[in-house]
Design a protein around this ligand. Structure first.
Ligand code: ADP
Length: 171
């Protein structure tokens, strides 16, 4: 059996030909700015139609749709926490986003999943802390036969993830 692999890349997640890309959505699942807006633009209006039927999503949970016009086959919509300073359960919710997304990946027998830096845009989660939760949580889940890609949108975020990954791999 193959084991889990983790790759850290810089790029536009909407251009990845993977089994699923993860969307950093909001509770309504009806679209927004940032990576959410980019995904809906490329996927086309059918994605919004399917999302309407999902009736929203709780923070820390995830729901799967088709990818429509995206190169990715599916979209896993997850709702990250808004950063309120760290005392409002943000870390638990963020870890839950990664775990619930991986649960869906397993349920649908996906082989490759790409994550953006959930909550690190308008939701304001500190990059270093978010990267640590992202990487630690996927390492703990140890999903067999799954290729995990962290797709970052800036050089700065890329180097944060690379540094955190190195630190966690050495321990
Ligand atoms: P949130 O509301 O969860 O903070 P955002 O979409 O505002 O979500 O930001 C999450 C992260 O996604 C940010 O680091 C942002 O730079 C990044 N991002 C924005 N567009 C894309 C894209 N097309 N591909 C990958 N990452 C993206």
């Amino acid at each position: 059996m193959r084991s889990q692999t983790i790759d850290i890349i810089m790029g536009d997640i909407t251009q990845l030909s993977v089994d699923a890309i993860v969307n950093a959505a909001n509770n309504s699942l009806l679209g927004g700015g940032g990576v959410d807006g980019a995904i809906h633009r490329v996927a086309g209006p059918e994605l919004l139609e399917e999302c309407r039927g999902l009736k929203g999503c709780d923070t820390g949970q995830a729901k799967l749709t088709s990818g429509y016009q995206l190169p990715a086959k599916h979209v896993i919509h997850t709702v990250g926490p808004i950063w309120y300073g760290g005392e409002e359960g943000e870390a638990g919710h963020l870890a839950s986003c990664y775990r619930d997304s991986l649960r869906l990946a397993e349920q649908y027998q996906l082989k490759s999943v790409a994550f953006p830096a959930i909550s690190c845009g308008v939701y304001g989660y500190p990059a270093e802390q978010a990267a640590e939760i992202a990487i630690r949580t996927v390492m703990e889940e140890k999903s067999n036969d799954l290729s995990i890609i962290f797709c970052l949108f800036s050089e700065e975020m890329l180097s944060v993830y690379q540094r955190v990954f190195k630190g966690l791999s050495e321990n």
